[in-house]
Design a binder for this molecule. Structure first.
Ligand code: PDD
Length: 287
């Protein structure tokens, strides 16, 4: 039976209960992280915890846990995950209180964590790439916070599903922001480009690693705004996230991206990313 962590206790998933007055349930008043685990080792753990700390600070949820506190929660979950690759889901809400929009006083945040297997992306998908659609970004103006209020993302992702596509790429005022649950990269004339971080997109941990890998391996790379026309004229388009890693988009709104196959720069990055994962599996902190 799958074990989860909730407010200081480990228990079977089936036994976990959250009061209906939890502000996560009533207001979507909380933040979260998804941390991949390869060979029993969390990937880019410090970066994920730094981003969590930032989300907590920006939403003014008072929680100060050390790395050791978090690892005391994660390790039993990691030990219980039977799959080769797993993902920790971690959520903190403002806590339980009588419903009122303003912050309650003296309330303990709710802390919840679980672990799930990460299914490897099927070889066929990596060979052919995936379809994506592009739509107007309908979300709020603080997409830099990893908030559990995800109704906009949910609606945008559902549009992809209903269009037989894997992801929806979001466009705000004619510029690419990100995917419904991923960051976006394009390649044009061998140069890798991704939009700069601002309040309209989440600073993805995978995004940052891809940028680092480009720099350390001498690939041309730039953080720059991407106009919708640039997206549609790109040689390669990728979406990145902790669970999808680096996924090549080969058809966008029914049109081929470049030659309609995962491109050479994507191949290079996937190889480099794979080396990072492999090193971590062997207990090295290579990336
Ligand atoms: N989401 N942008 C959005 C809106 C996301 O939801 C995600 C990831 C990313 C990529 O971030 P990272 O590389 O740190 O995973 C960008 C996770 C995986 C999710 O909601 O399940």
């Amino acid at each position: 039976m799958m074990k989860i962590y909730l407010n200081g206790e480990f228990m079977p998933l089936e036994e976990a209960r959250v009061p209906v007055l939890d502000r996560g349930f009533l207001f979507g008043d909380g933040v979260y992280e998804v941390i991949p685990v390869y060979g029993g080792h969390p990937f880019r753990l410090i970066q994920h915890l730094d981003r969590l700390e930032r989300s907590l600070r920006e939403t003014r949820i008072p929680l100060e846990y050390s790395l050791d506190d978090w690892m005391a929660i994660f390790q039993p979950l990691i030990d219980s995950c039977e799959s080769k690759d797993c993902g920790i889901y971690l959520q903190v809400t403002r806590g339980v209180a009588i419903r009122d929009h303003a912050f309650p006083k003296a309330v303990e945040p709710t802390v919840f964590a679980m672990i799930n297997p990460i299914k490897p992306v099927p070889a066929k998908v990596l060979e052919n790439g995936v379809h994506a659609i592009a739509r107007e970004d309908i979300r709020w103006s603080r997409c830099d916070i990893k908030s559990i209020s995800l109704i906009g993302n949910v609606l945008m992702r559902q549009e992809a599903v209903e269009s037989d596509a894997a992801e929806t790429i979001l466009i705000r005022d004619g510029m690419v922001t990100e995917g419904s649950a991923s960051n976006v990269f394009i390649v044009k004339s061998s140069e890798v480009i991704t939009p700069p971080k601002d309040e309209h997109l989440l600073g993805g941990i995978t995004r940052d690693l891809v940028l680092e890998l480009c720099v350390t391996h001498g690939l041309a790379v730039r953080e720059a705004p991407i106009r919708e026309q640039m997206l549609r004229a790109a040689d390669e388009v990728w979406v990145t996230s902790s669970t999808k890693e680096i996924l090549p988009v080969t058809v966008l709104d029914g049109q081929l991206v470049g030659e309609g196959k995962p491109g050479p720069v994507w191949h290079t990055l996937v190889e480099l990313y794979g080396r990072c994962k492999q090193a971590l599996r062997q207990g090295e902190q290579a990336c």
